[in-house]
Design a protein. Structure first.
Length: 270
């Protein structure tokens, strides 16, 4: 299956971002992709109040994403914000395309490095996988990357690919952590991992210097189940398309059967 990593810099205007998203999806389809992955917060960047921009999954912004997917004839995964109880929002991935109509609310909230996502965002509680051309794909978002159990849950649900839209925060060591964690999670669960971040608002800025909000550092990558990087982008916006081979996942799992060899499950020894 061909998968496109679509790295963009979101603005605070959802409709401008929808135009950018549509252009990325069109390029992905032109490159033969069957799945286009856009970043977390593709709807609206972090650093502004999210309540006023949140829309339901049947709202006009989500419908615009569905229209882009339908026109291109491919599946699209993109980050948006949906209303949640108590005046908060959910950090939602919309998954839409041929035979695909699902969503994932980010389970692990980014209460780290002085930022408290939980003050404005409600946590999800559901592990989600989708099927794209008979390839099962698990959905995760940004800070979820630090929790290997979610990616193992994808694998347990039959996924050979996981996707991780993100808006990774800048700061000391954060770029190194990004690559380390993406490659580790691919190895932990022996999955292909497509990690797609927001491109840096200023590609020339030093990613070691923290920003007020996690607006992205770029460096999206596709990592194979053996931990090798098969495609990557820099700090600037762009799209790269590469092939994921579900059969390679099976071969790696036969050689390094970490999922079968697990003994610690649900807090106990199996």
């Amino acid at each position: 299956m061909r998968i496109a990593l679509c790295q963009m810099t979101s603005t605070d205007n959802p409709w401008q971002n929808l135009v950018l998203l549509t252009e990325h999806v069109r390029r992905a389809a032109d490159d033969g992709a069957r799945l286009a992955v856009l970043p977390e917060a593709a709807m609206c960047r972090f650093g502004v109040p999210l309540g006023p921009v949140a829309q339901p999954l049947d709202g006009p912004w989500a419908d615009g994403v569905r229209g882009a997917a339908q026109t291109a004839g491919i599946t699209v995964v993109a980050g948006m914000f949906t209303p949640a109880p108590g005046g908060r929002v959910a950090n939602t991935l919309l998954a839409t395309g041929p035979g695909v109509a699902d969503s994932y609310d980010k389970i692990h909230l980014y209460d780290a490095f002085g930022f408290r996502e939980s003050e404005t965002v409600a946590a999800g509680d559901r592990v989600v996988t989708i099927d794209v051309d008979d390839v099962r794909v698990g959905l995760a978002t940004c800070y979820d990357l630090r929790f290997p159990e979610l990616f193992r849950a994808h694998a347990d649900a039959g996924a050979t690919v996981s996707v991780l839209p993100a808006s990774w925060g800048a700061g000391p060591g954060k770029r190194d952590q990004w690559e380390l964690l993406v490659r580790a999670r691919a190895l932990d669960a022996t999955v292909w991992l497509a990690a797609v971040g927001q491109s840096a608002p200023d590609p020339a800025a030093d990613s070691e210097h923290p920003t007020k909000a996690p607006t992205g550092i770029g460096h999206s990558m596709l990592v194979a189940p053996d931990g090798t990087v098969r495609a990557r982008l820099g700090a600037e916006p762009g799209t790269v398309t590469a092939t994921v081979d579900a059969a390679e996942t099976i071969r790696v799992r036969r050689a390094v059967a970490v999922l079968d060899n697990r003994r610690l499950r649900d807090g106990g020894i199996a």
